[in-house]
Design a protein around this ligand. Structure first.
Ligand code: TYD
Ligand code: MG
Length: 456
């Protein structure tokens, strides 16, 4: 046995390591996530992630050289915005998301766009063959000589190639399928994923070439998810959306070079992802007025207001235990809203099945959507449509009170621009800003008051 060979037991969910096998991880309390990993090479340890750290000395901040830190744009404005205004040289961006959501499509489109602008891009796929990438690129209109492709899983060979080629940007699809041959653990294990990413991070910082990594998120946690490397990279983006819907949202979970508030909205089309600059309009395009169980909320994602339709269906349950099903709204939040409706508005929903859906496959995390969810449920239960051209924003408290929300001015302005005439907000949200003239802004203190106003 090699002298420097040692084994280590690692949790594949959180990366916690121990010298003995364990059934339950003491780091994250998950069961059966332990895998033995054998390290052969000693010098493969991440000795330093930041280049030139051996030149350790303290310098005045005014002496720091920033000359080569000019960002460059991709040319896909939704993507550029999420990155904080284009690509930062030497940065490492992790694009995570469920399998099949469109990560490869987005990055190949980006690579194609950069290549069209005359920048050489290396697109390395460890999942697809060069022919498959060609077919996809053809579909996306990204066939360009400056887009260099390679189908390879061995990271040592990949690094040799990109070092020789020195492209303007590198895409590695995906970080779970590449491997370092001198580590004995399987591709996709925590050790491999971390080690490969650490090498790439080091390479990016040293060369100043930005690297995009694709990472799959799996629910089971059997393959090391990108979560273990979130702290290694500069930017973490998530591509989200319902697989069967067209909309995809690109969201920053971490960004060392910009805010994490911006989102990018895309639509998956036959020829790739298309930017959506006016999402509210498209989200409401198919909405029919005067239908019971439908309400509209203006949600703010970062700095971006989005008008979203919420649909509810309340129907008599055939079984003793009524169903509560929600897509796009957290189920715990839904239970709370239903409990408040029963207690404060005295609706007997205990024998009703309740289904709530956010149109377009979007996910609403904001409590500002509570009021619209609650009123959609009442509307369906009473079978009365909500007044037309009305939106509502407000958080529902456990006492049935409507709580104020942030950025109310922006929300109202967005609703107004799409022809809405009335907006229900918390009474505490009325003060401190100028209401637009052609918009009736109504303050409500509680859920009962909102219910009285919205159905007349
Ligand atoms: P993909 O980028 O392969 O997903 P990921 O890399 O995140 O696993 O996208 C796969 C889905 O996107 C697939 O179901 C087909 C769809 N798609 C389109 O609808 N239009 C297109 O132009 C392309 C390339 C893919
Ligand atoms: Mg892919």
């Amino acid at each position: 046995m090699a002298k420097n060979r040692r084994s280590n037991y690692k949790c594949q969910s959180c990366g916690h390591s121990a010298s003995r096998w364990f059934g339950r991880c003491s780091g994250c309390d998950e069961w059966n996530t332990c895998v033995e990993e054998i390290h052969v090479e000693k010098d493969s340890r991440r000795s330093h992630l930041v280049p030139n750290s051996s030149r350790s000395q303290l310098d005045p901040i005014t002496d720091v050289k920033t000359h080569d830190y000019a960002r460059f744009d991709i040319g896909i404005s939704e993507f550029d915005n999420v990155l904080g205004g284009g690509i930062m040289p030497g940065s490492v961006v992790l694009v995570g998301g469920d399998p099949g959501i469109g990560k490869s499509t987005l990055l190949l489109q980006m690579a194609g766009q950069l290549a069209v602008e005359g920048l050489k891009v290396a697109y390395i796929s460890a999942e697809e063959s060069a022919a498959q990438i060609y077919q996809r690129a053809e579909r996306l209109g990204a066939l360009c000589e400056d887009l260099r492709v390679m189908s390879e899983t061995n990271l040592t060979l990949i690094m040799d190639q990109i070092t020789r080629d020195s492209p303007a940007s590198v895409v590695i699809d995906s970080v779970q399928t590449v491997y370092m041959p001198n580590l004995e653990s399987a591709p996709g294990s925590v050790t491999q994923v971390r080690e490969c990413s650490a090498r790439l991070v080091y390479w990016a910082k040293e060369s100043g070439i930005p690297v995009f990594l694709v990472g799959h998120v799996t629910k089971e946690g059997t393959v090391a998810g990108p979560r273990v490397l979130e702290h290694l990279v500069d930017t973490v983006l998530y591509l989200e959306g319902e697989r069967h819907h067209h909309f995809r949202i690109l969201r920053a979970a971490k960004n060392r070079f910009g805010s994490t508030n911006e989102i990018g909205v895309f639509e998956m089309r036959e020829y790739g992802l298309r930017e959506v600059n006016n999402p509210s309009e498209i989200l409401l395009a198919e909405r029919a007025d005067n239908v019971a169980g439908s309400s509209v909320v203006c949600s703010v994602e970062g700095t971006r207001p989005l008008l979203v339709e919420i649909q509810a269906l309340v129907s008599r349950s055939a079984f003793g235990y009524p169903q509560r099903v929600s897509t796009g709204v957290e189920s715990k939040r839904l239970s709370i809203i239903i409990a408040v409706l029963e207690k404060r508005c005295l609706h007997d929903l205990s024998g009703e099945d309740i289904f709530v859906n956010v149109v377009g496959g979007l996910r609403l995390d904001e409590p500002a959507a509570d009021l619209a969810v609650g009123l959609a449920i009442i509307s369906s239960f009473r079978n009365i449509p909500i007044r037309s051209k009305t939106i509502m924003v407000g958080e529902i408290g456990l006492g049935g009170e409507i709580r104020p929300v942030s950025q109310v001015e922006r929300r109202v302005a967005e609703a107004r621009s799409l022809g809405f005439k009335r907006c229900l907000v918390s009474s505490s949200n009325l003060k401190g800003w100028k209401h637009p003239k052609d918009m009736e802004v109504i303050g409500v203190g509680g859920l009962e008051a909102a219910e009285e106003l919205v159905f007349t």
